[in-house]
Design a protein around this ligand. Structure first.
Ligand SMILES: *[C@@H]1O[C@H](CO)[C@@H](O)[C@H](O)[C@H]1NC(C)=O
Ligand SMILES: *[C@@H]1O[C@H](CO)[C@@H](O)[C@H](O)[C@H]1NC(C)=O
Ligand SMILES: *[C@@H]1O[C@H](CO)[C@@H](O)[C@H](O)[C@H]1NC(C)=O
Ligand SMILES: *[C@@H]1O[C@H](CO)[C@@H](O)[C@H](O)[C@H]1NC(C)=O
Ligand SMILES: *[C@@H]1O[C@H](CO)[C@@H](O)[C@H](O)[C@H]1NC(C)=O
Ligand SMILES: *[C@@H]1O[C@H](CO)[C@@H](O)[C@H](O)[C@H]1NC(C)=O
Ligand SMILES: *[C@@H]1O[C@H](CO)[C@@H](O)[C@H](O)[C@H]1NC(C)=O
Ligand SMILES: *[C@@H]1O[C@H](CO)[C@@H](O)[C@H](O)[C@H]1NC(C)=O
Length: 899
């Protein structure tokens, strides 16, 4: 029978080693090659690899490495000095990126999932790349937090630094900070996502900085990492055949079902050490490593334990674990046969100099203690407090030249920026001096998102285009300086009002094409110019007047038509809506009375009028939307909706069965959606409506997205809905979702137009895209924004405007929660946690993309459909996975010190 076997016969029963800060190893030498990869969510960057190089597959891990060009804009590439390059050395060490300029240079890693934990590994090998023979010392920051000091001991030693950190946003920065002891450089940067539940001690307020990760036993000097460790941790071999008894098994060591917080690879767990004599302990120790920020950092020690021998019933392996005289569990530990147990402290241990851990057998034990693997981390207090996410996205949209967080740490505030700091809230930008910064193009609408802005200096740039009126909504803004640009158009009325009431000082001199007041242009120095301006304006005004007149005439004609045809017999139709004849039935008013049993049961209410329940002659249930005489929806909108609906057909758009235009009565007859509007289900509860499951929500989101995608892409000309909201998404008995209410549809010829301008903003407050509200320029991306709000409602179960305690839009509400790290608290508790967290995250991320401030950053509905399908697959994978691991917040071991 095959089984574990003792491998070494030595007498040493006590050992001690000093763990090194940072893992020094000739990595790449011992690693074994394995098969090809799929998409793992890994980022593997070979820093300093020229942008032109296509990237390569690493010989050892078979992971694909890419150039760092897409992750950072600063720095210069160098090759290591030739004499340090050896044939066995992995390729990623050959070149570095070096940062002689700037105090802080940052890599930005994007497309992360907020709320997940990530392993970040930075690697350094000096190799005298600069010919100075002077290894530098510098700091690393992860986002706004000090991470570690990189102290390069010599040119020939690779240094590897690793941290496990919870990521609170969808991107993360790794910054190299010059501390005056040489030029920072970097060889490689890796990012590995951890699925939810792993390393529960890493959270919003603490990161885990790796001190040591060791694999004990007969390891043959093999470093275990990817693919043997799917999470690509690096397990360093630790073998002292002369000191420890080594045992191993070829049998697989299993994860603890639902509760494995570490998932140490089986290859690591299959080997272990024990002391020779059952009565002797296993002991090890390390020294505290104070750093510039923390004289006494706390430590977390994780012992990975598994029984490798099938013990007879009269045998017992049971031992105490003590860390600096603190006994972890007075009952002692007994590892399970071929299962991955772990013993660890959840509360970091603080001592000033020295840490020692001892494993010794209990009095009842017949076997000595066992140790398979070990990890030691120092705990890094991290501040979740960064600059407010909305400010960061606004300000990075303005200029791409900045590095790191705008306001933090305080000694690295971006040039030209003023910030305000609060104890527990995100920092926010109060002042922005971009004078003489070489800005060109339009004034970014993103400035309007800097809600705390008090002054904005854009003077002496080459800005063109018009001034966005949205800036006037910045209630704290007291100074706006636009002097010395090439702005044109007029000063928006909002800004004028603010200057008139004295709340804002506006400077706009030296903008030759800017008109300061209505139609009358600023007095210009050259008369010629002003004449041109006037000529240019008069024809435009004339055209506008003509267009208005035409519109009026058309409206009057239609109104007259309706009046004069009051008594038109039912089979004759006017030419205005002949198209309605094609596919749909025309009802008389009397027929509608019969269908609805004299308009007995109201099932809904729209801007257009009330919606009644009805039954056709054949028993088909229908919804009859009757235009009320008080409706604000005009005849035009009625006709628009009817004509559009007659032409478009899609399974995710509510279909029109017929219409009525009989005397002054107008009505539309729709298919009946028995489950009503989505928002009733999300808010539900009172009417005993069952709460929607995550799977149902995903399906509803996807259905509605497909409906909108059809309007945007499947119709010719493309159509913009303009009033996407949860009360316009209806559900049928099978909970299939369909988009309803097409009264505000707008056609938009995408071949020629980039947008359509509308006379007034229509839609529903809280759902309207900022640029549409600001500029009246409508694109299909305006619908995408509204749909993003719908997605947020679906995942949070909150209404689009909350009382929190003042009325707050859901967009802001969600952003606040994301920023404050209260991520779980955002998900609708009525789903009872019964969802795949990755699916929820991807979904939320999709919603956030949809509500991006600028339309260009938003995905198309087609892309949204693809993303939502991926969310659905993540959830389906969870449901299908027999292990059920993903269900979990399985997170941690509730009993902190227990196995
Ligand atoms: C990687 O493998 C290829 C092909 O086997 C070989 O040509 C190359 O020298 C290897 N590189 C290193 C650094 O070992
Ligand atoms: C580094 O070496 C490669 C060839 O090994 C060469 O193509 C490249 O230009 C060098 N880069 C620098 C910055 O010297
Ligand atoms: C870097 O390490 C060396 C040797 O380990 C030490 O003497 C030196 O003080 C360290 N430098 C800094 C800035 O920590
Ligand atoms: C992170 O973990 C530490 C230690 O368990 C705990 O004190 C702290 O409150 C946690 N922080 C958060 C944000 O959960
Ligand atoms: C371990 O620590 C305890 C208390 O700090 C000390 O008494 C003991 O001698 C240490 N053992 C070793 C081996 O360092
Ligand atoms: C093992 O540790 C326990 C707890 O620290 C201690 O009481 C006991 O004496 C130790 N036994 C041996 C054999 O060292
Ligand atoms: C040792 O065994 C005895 C008898 O079975 C039991 O009473 C005692 O609690 C055990 N001690 C430990 C530490 O498990
Ligand atoms: C504006 O652009 C022109 C050329 O396009 C350049 O000569 C001038 O210096 C720029 N002005 C400012 C203030 O940047």
């Amino acid at each position: 029978m095959e089984g574990p076997s003792p491998r070494a016969k030595t007498v040493a029963n006590k050992w001690l080693f000093l763990l090194l800060l940072g893992l020094a190893a000739a990595a790449g030498r011992f690693l074994q090659a394995h098969g090809q990869l799929d998409n793992l969510g890994f980022i593997s960057i070979d820093c300093g690899l020229p942008e032109s190089a296509a990237g390569y597959v690493d010989n050892a891990t078979k992971l694909r490495f890419t150039s760092d060009a897409g992750f950072i804009d600063s720095g210069i590439n160098y090759n290591m000095s030739a004499e340090y390059i050896t044939p066995s050395m992995g390729r990623s060490w050959h070149n570095v990126r070096s940062f002689a300029a700037g105090a802080r240079n940052c890599y930005t890693l994007q497309s992360l999932v907020a709320g997940l934990r990530y392993l970040i590994r930075a690697t350094f090998m000096y190799g005298n790349y600069d010919g100075l023979n002077r290894p530098p010392v510098f700091d690393l920051h992860v986002s706004v937090n000090y991470w570690t000091t990189v102290n390069i001991s010599d040119a020939n030693t690779p240094e590897i630094y690793e941290i496990i950190t919870a990521v609170l946003a969808d991107s993360l920065q790794v910054c190299l900070v010059n501390t005056g002891s040489g030029t920072p450089f970097i060889s490689g940067l890796n990012l590995r996502p951890f699925k939810n539940g792993l390393y529960p001690m890493a959270n919003a307020t603490q990161g885990l900085v790796l001190v040591a990760r060791a694999n004990f036993g007969p390891t043959d000097g093999v470093i275990v990492r990817f693919p043997d460790d799917p999470h690509d941790r690096i397990w360093m071999p630790m073998s002292r055949p002369t000191e420890w008894l080594e045992i191993s098994t070829t049998k697989k060591v299993q994860n603890m079902e639902d509760a494995d917080s570490f998932e140490a690879p089986s290859a690591v767990m299959q080997t272990a050490i024990t002391p020779v004599k059952a009565t002797s302990p296993i002991e090890f120790s390390w020294d505290a490593q104070p750093n510039v920020n923390d004289p006494s950092p706390g430590y977390i020690c994780i012992l990975h334990l598994s029984e490798l021998q099938l013990l007879p019933s009269n045998a017992l392996r049971q031992f105490y674990i003590t860390l600096n005289a603190e006994l972890w569990d007075p009952r002692g530990f007994t590892p399970q046969y071929l299962y991955k147990n772990a013993a660890y402290n959840t509360d970091p241990q603080h001592a000033f100099r020295h840490y020692n851990v001892s494993l010794n057998a209990t009095a009842n034990s017949t076997l000595p203690p066992i140790l398979n693997a070990l990890e030691v981390f120092s705990v890094l207090p991290t501040s979740g407090i960064t600059t407010a996410a909305s400010d960061v996205s606004a300000i990075t949209a303005v200029s791409k030249n900045w590095m790191g967080d705008p306001c933090l740490p305080k000694n690295f505030v971006w040039k030209g920026l003023d910030c305000i700091y609060a104890v527990s809230r995100p920092a926010s930008v109060t002042g922005l001096n971009l004078s003489s910064s070489g800005l060109s193009g339009n004034v970014s609408p993103s400035f309007a998102s800097l809600k705390g802005l008090q002054y904005l200096d854009l003077s002496l740039n080459n800005l063109t285009g018009t001034i966005p009126d949205t800036i006037s909504q910045l209630s704290s803004l007291t100074l706006l300086d636009l002097t010395g640009n090439n702005l044109s158009g007029t000063i928006p009325s909002g800004l004028l009002k603010r200057t008139q009431d004295g709340s804002l000082t506006l400077r706009y001199g030296n903008n030759p094409n800017l008109c300061s007041n209505g139609n009358s242009c600023q007095i210009l120095h050259k008369k010629k110019h002003s004449m041109v301006a006037v000529y240019a304006i008069v024809p435009i005004v004339a055209v506008v007047v003509i267009v208005l007149l035409l519109v009026l005439l058309i409206c009057m004609r239609i109104n007259k038509g309706i009046i004069s045809k009051n008594l038109t017999p039912r089979n004759r139709t006017t030419s205005v809506h002949t198209s309605l004849q094609v596919n749909n039935r025309r009802f008389t008013y009397n027929e509608l009375v019969a269908v609805t049993s004299d308009f007995q049961r109201v099932i809904g209410q729209g801007g257009f009028g009330e919606v009644y329940n009805g039954f056709l002659e054949d028993g088909t249930q229908v919804a009859v939307k009757l235009r009320s005489e008080y409706s604000d929806q005009g005849v035009q909108e009625f006709l628009a909706e009817a004509q559009t609906l007659a032409k478009i057909h899609h399974k995710n758009l509510v279909s029109l069965i017929g219409y009525c235009k009989d005397m002054d009565y107008m009505a539309l007859v729709y298919e009946y959606m028995s489950e009503g509007a989505l928002h009733e289900h999300l808010r539900g509860g009172e009417n005993n409506t069952r709460c929607l499951t995550w799977k149902e929500r995903l399906r509803i989101a996807l259905d509605s997205a497909q409906g909108l995608e059809y309007l945007h892409k499947g119709c010719n000309p493309p159509l913009i809905h303009r009033d996407v909201k949860t009360s316009n998404i209806l559900l049928n008995a099978k909970l299939e979702a369909k988009i309803a209410d097409f009264g505000l549809l707008k056609a938009f010829n995408s071949d020629r137009d980039t947008h359509v301008s509308t006379a007034r903003v229509v839609g529903t407050r809280g759902y309207i895209a900022p640029e549409y509200e600001a500029t009246l320029q409508l694109t299909n991306k305006s619908d995408v924004f509204s749909f993003g709000v719908v997605l947020l409602e679906i995942v949070t179960g909150q209404p689009h405007i909350l009382n929190d305690p003042e009325p707050t839009g859901i967009v802001l509400w969600v952003r606040r929660r994301l920023v404050s790290g209260n991520i779980e608290g955002m998900v609708d508790p009525r789903m009872c946690g019964d969802h795949d967290i990755n699916s929820v995250w991807k979904f939320t991320d999709t919603a956030l993309k949809c509500i991006s401030q600028t339309p260009e950053e938003r995905p198309t509905m087609k892309e949204v459909v693809v993303l939502l399908k991926e969310c659905r697959e993540l959830e389906a994978a969870r449901v299908n996975s027999a292990a059920g691991y993903y269900t979990a917040e399985s997170g941690g071991n509730p009993n902190s010190n227990a196995i």
